[in-house]
Write a protein that binds this ligand. Sequence first.
Ligand code: NAI
Ligand code: MG
Length: 354
Amino acid sequence: MASKHILIVPGDGIGQEVTAVGKQVLNKIAAKFGHTFTYDEALIGHVAIEATGNPLPDESLKKMRKSDAVLFGAVGHPKYDNDPSAKVRPEQGLLKMRKELGLYANLRPIKLFDELLDASSIRPEILKGADILFFRELTGDIYFGEKGRKNDGDTAYDIAEYSRYEVERIARKAFDAARTRRKKLCSVDKANVIETSRLWREVVQKVALDYPDVEVEHQFVDATAMLLIKDPRRFDVVVTANLFGDILTDEASQIAGSMGMLASASIGDGTGVYEPIHGSAHDITGKGVANPLASILSAALLLDISFGLKAESDAVISAVDQVLKAGFRTRDIANSQTPADKILGTAAIGEEVL
Ligand code: NAI
Ligand code: MG
């Protein structure tokens, strides 16, 4: 029986609402399978700035390092979105967490539950069977390079940087995963224009020599954006840089029906962090309608990847599947045919999963 310490880091907005449900599911798993999970909480984002002036207080970081895994929500607040000049921002906490914990690989499975074929705006016959695993590089690129203003603030710049080492380690992770799946890897870049992309392609081509059993293709990011919705089934594992991965996976959420369905695992050198791909969603915060399934599925990834508890992870995924099969939906995955009494709020659909 496993004994594990889990840090709950809800952050802002609906992060608070969905993470509470993710934690309940972890608790239920512990009880059902006889494990001992202990918990602590830590601040990040806007709530951390309000309490301490710091989007990632040292105490939070210390707790993360000491935990066996982190279940994270989201950061963000409209106050900063509408004030681009704000110097201290919630996202700084998120980027610092990723950098400090060395979380260079962000795994985003795009898995369509069959029951949600009609939840997407894409036609069912194009979607059916789509199953993609994104590897988004998470600690490099334009997000972490030097940024600033010049010419009295009239010119802004962001520097994108990648080292050979950074590209190689994420590429290897993606190739390893492809080996356990359909043995296809698509590397996405913009090597016709961008220098970091040229290095990216060069390194991936080199790593590919060690994986002769994996079929490799290189696509430009603009073409990939189109192919993702034209023919999502052509993709198996996709590996790409931080910025491209951020954008492409929001797009890919429509393959799975909603942002509220997509979980992710951020792994690398330190404690693994598990989080929905969505943000703090101010437009629905406090209404009790946020879809907690992304947080629940993030808890499933946590059980599998950080704790090696595959049966427990599968039990969570199967519970989600059964709830969808029973016809229950949150608002974001309902359609005009969904009966009103099957459309549940955050807590109620969480209860069904439990
Ligand atoms: P968002 O992902 O928060 O929301 C986009 C849209 O999807 C909204 O219409 C929202 O209502 C819907 N949505 C998202 N998650 C949902 C869920 N679980 N259930 C139902 N509907 C859901 O992105 P947005 O609106 O661009 O940004 C809001 C804030 O979140 C900003 O402050 C942004 O900086 C921050 N953000 C934080 C991220 C993180 O912490 N990882 C990632 C993306 C944005
Ligand atoms: Mg994003």
